[in-house]
Design a protein around this ligand. Structure first.
Ligand SMILES: Cc1cc2nc3c(=O)[nH]c(=O)nc-3n(C[C@H](O)[C@H](O)[C@H](O)COP(=O)(O)OP(=O)(O)OC[C@H]3O[C@@H](n4cnc5c(N)ncnc54)[C@H](O)[C@@H]3O)c2cc1C
Length: 427
C-alpha cells in the first residue's frame, strides 16, 4: 500500500491529511501519515489574540491524535530534521520532555509520496541583534512567551512607577492586528487591577514599517483606514523607517533614530523553515520550495509542497501565491483531489483565487477588501461587519476539518465560555 507522508499539520497540512484520510486512508487505499513537531494544531492567523491574552490556546486547539483517529490517518509527533530523497526517508529528531531529557531517540520514516506543508518562520533579514533581542509570533509557545512578558512588564512598571513601551517591527497584518489587540488588553488588565498604569499615558505601542504605508501588500484604502484607526487608539505609526539594528532595550533605525523598547516583537517577514533546504530541490531567495503548477517539486515527481513553504507562480499572470492561510487551504483542497485520483492522465494546474483580505483592528472592527464574483470586482469593507466576517474565517477553517455540526457546537461552547470567564487571560 502506498504511503503518503505530510510534514506539518498547519492550515494546509491538517486539512490535506483530513481529506486524504477520508478519501484513501479510511478504506485502506493508502496509508496517510501526518508528522508535526507539536501534538496539537492551532490556526496561526489567531496567534496575535493568544499574544494579547484574549484567546486561550488550550480551548481552541485541535488534538492531532484525535483528528487522525476520526478521519482515517496516522499521526506521528516529531520534528523532521532531514529528508533523504534517494532512499525516500525522513529523519526525525529525538523526542524530548519539556526539561530537555531525551524520551525517544531519533527515528526514520519511509514514504512513497511526500508533501511538505511545514509553513514559515520569522525572517530577520540578517539585521544585527534582531534574532537575539526580539520576540516572534511563529507559534503558540512564542505567543505565550510574549503574553507573559507583556503582563510582567505592566506589573513591574506599576511598582517602579515607570512606563511600558512595546515596539512592533513590521506593519503587515501581524503587526497591525497585534497592536490593536494590545490596546484593548492593557485596559482590561487595568480593570482587573493587575497594574496601576494609566493605559493612555504610561503604555506606548509603536509600529515601525519600512515602506511608506502600513499593510503595503493590501489596497491603499485599507492602509489608510487601518492607520487612522490605530492613531485614534494612540498607537504610534512610523512608516518609511528601516530598522538597522536591535539592542536590548532599544531599536535603532537607519536614519539614526532610537526607539526605546521594553519588548520588541519582530513581525517583518517570513522565510521557509530550514528543513526545506535539506531536500536538495530548487528554492527561492527565502528558502521556499519552487513548485510546478501541479504543486510538485521541479526535480522530484514524488515530492510536493503547499502553503507558506512553497513558491508557486501562476503561469498566466506570473504572480506568486502569497503566504496566506487562504492559499494553504486552496492548495490542500487541490492536492487532496489530485492525490486521491492518481489514475488521471494529466494533472490540471493549481490556480489561486484571491477572495480578498481582512485585517482585524481589535475585538470590534476590521478592515479589508473582498473580491470575487463574475467581474472580479473589489469591495472595500470596514467596521463591525468586517469584524464579523473576519471571525467567520476561523469558523470556516474548523468546519473544513471537523464538519458543520462540531464547528457549530464549538462556536456555542466558546460563546458560553466567553460569558463566564474574564475577557483576557489574567496569569
Ligand atoms: C499572527 C499571524 C496572523 C496571520 N493572519 C492571517 C490572516 O488574517 N489571513 C491569512 O490568510 N493568513 C494569515 N496569516 C498567515 C497564515 O497563518 C499562514 O499563511 C498559514 O498558516 C500557512 O499555512 P501552512 O499550512 O503553510 O503552515 P502553518 O499553518 O504555519 O503550519 C506549519 C506546521 O508545520 C509544522 N512544522 C514546521 N516545521 C516542521 C518540522 N521540521 N517537522 C515537523 N513539523 C513541522 C508546524 O508545527 C506547524 O504545525 C497570519 C500569520 C500570523 C503569524
Amino acid at each position: 500500500m502506498e504511503t503518503i507522508v505530510i510534514v506539518g499539520g498547519g492550515a494546509g497540512g491538517l486539512e490535506l491529511a483530513t481529506r486524504l484520510g477520508e478519501a484513501l486512508g479510511r478504506n485502506g487505499r493508502a496509508r496517510i501519515v501526518l508528522v508535526d513537531r507539536y501534538p496539537t494544531h492551532f490556526w496561526k492567523p489567531l496567534l496575535h489574540t493568544v499574544a494579547s491574552g484574549k484567546l486561550d490556546p488550550q480551548v481552541h486547539q485541535v488534538e492531532y491524535a484525535a483528528q487522525a483517529a476520526d478521519h482515517g490517518f496516522e499521526f506521528i509527533c516529531g520534528e523532521v530534521q532531514r529528508v533523504e530523497r534517494a532512499s525516500r526517508t525522513l529523519h526525525l529528531g529525538p523526542w524530548r520532555s519539556d526539561d530537555g531529557a531525551e524520551l525517544l531517540p531519533g527515528r526514520s520514516l519511509q514514504y512513497d509520496k511526500l508533501v511538505l506543508a511545514c509553513g514559515s518562520v520569522t525572517n530577520f533579514f540578517n539585521i544585527p541583534g534582531a534574532a537575539e533581542n526580539s520576540l516572534t509570533l511563529d507559534n503558540v509557545y512564542d505567543a505565550e512567551v510574549f503574553r507573559k512578558r507583556f503582563l510582567a512588564c505592566c506589573m513591574q512598571a506599576s511598582v517602579t512607577r515607570g512606563g511600558v513601551h512595546i515596539v512592533i517591527v513590521g506593519g503587515g497584518a501581524t503587526g497591525v492586528e497585534l497592536a490593536a489587540e494590545l490596546h484593548h488588553t492593557v485596559r482590561t488588565l487595568a480593570h482587573y487591577k493587575l497594574h496601576t498604569l494609566d493605559p493612555a499615558r504610561d503604555v506606548r505601542i509603536s509600529i515601525i514599517e519600512r515602506s511608506g504605508r502600513l499593510l503595503p501588500q493590501l489596497h491603499p484604502y485599507v492602509s489608510r483606514r487601518a492607520e487612522r484607526y490605530l492613531r485614534r487608539m494612540g498607537i504610534e505609526v512610523c512608516t518609511d523607517t528601516a530598522v538597522a539594528r536591535v539592542d536590548a532595550g532599544v531599536v535603532c533605525d537607519s536614519a539614526g533614530g532610537r526607539h526605546a523598547s521594553d519588548v520588541t516583537v519582530w513581525a517583518a517577514g517570513v522565510e521557509a523553515p530550514p528543513v526545506c533546504a535539506t531536500l536538495g530541490v530548487p528554492l527561492n531567495r527565502i528558502n521556499q520550495i519552487i513548485v510546478t503548477p501541479e504543486l510538485r517539486t521541479e526535480s522530484d515527481a514524488h515530492v510536493y509542497a503547499i502553503g507558506d513553504c512553497a513558491s508557486q507562480v501562476c503561469p498566466s499572470n506570473g504572480a506568486a501565491a502569497p503566504p496566506r492561510a487562504q492559499v494553504a487551504h486552496q492548495q490542500a483542497q487541490f492536492l487532496a483531489e489530485q492525490l486521491a485520483s492518481p489514475a488521471r492522465a494529466a494533472l490540471p494546474a493549481f490556480r489561486y483565487r484571491d477572495y480578498g483580505s481582512l485585517v482585524s483592528l481589535g475585538p470590534f472592527a476590521a478592515v479589508g477588501v473582498l473580491s470575487g464574483g463574475m467581474r472580479k470586482r473589489e469591495m472595500l469593507v470596514g467596521g463591525a461587519a468586517a469584524r464579523l466576517l473576519y471571525g467567520l474565517m476561523y469558523r470556516r477553517h474548523i468546519m473544513s476539518l471537523q464538519g458543520f455540526l462540531r464547528m457549530a457546537a464549538q462556536t456555542l461552547a466558546h460563546w458560553i465560555r466567553s460569558k463566564v470567564t474574564p475577557p483576557v487571560k489574567l496569569h
